[in-house]
Design a protein around this ligand. Sequence first.
Ligand code: HEC
Length: 141
Amino acid sequence: MMKQLNDSLWGRGIILIFWTIFFCAIITGVSMGVSSVFAGDVDAGKKVFRKCNVCHTLEEGGKKKIGPNLFGIMGRQSGTFEGFKYSKAMKTAAVTWNVDTLTQYLSNPKAFIPGNKMAFPGIKKPEQIENVITYIIEKSK
Ligand code: HEC
């Protein structure tokens, strides 16, 4: 009798532990999934932005250089920075810049908007794109 009770308590204990681990795993998985939606590294992104610096300013009210100012680019429609002479391709593309479109554009500018005049080959490493976008978002706050 006593032994049986002990056994079933053991059994329950193990099941409880199992479920606890299982739920923790799910919760960790979900929260990682949510945060990885956008969690690039701002400092690393700043370094990547050096590639863009030659042609783009990022501060509010910044001047156009070879390319348009990028302050607040997220949510903006392509080809709409006042006073910049865009290519026809960029204007007619009428893309709304967000994480998704910018990721595609930066990985291969010429493929995403054929005929646009940004003389930039694109960034190969996905994490560099993620980081530079995080930096752009951060600097636009
Ligand atoms: C050699 C110069 C050059 C470099 C380097 C460059 N760009 Fe550009 N960029 C341009 C030009 C020029 C345009 C306008 C393209 C057009 O009108 O077709 C542009 C357009 C853009 C646009 C669209 C702007 C808008 O208002 O719709 C984004 C976003 C952008 N660049 C981001 C970047 C980022 C991020 C980097 C660095 C990873 C970068 N660019 C590097 C020259 C450059």
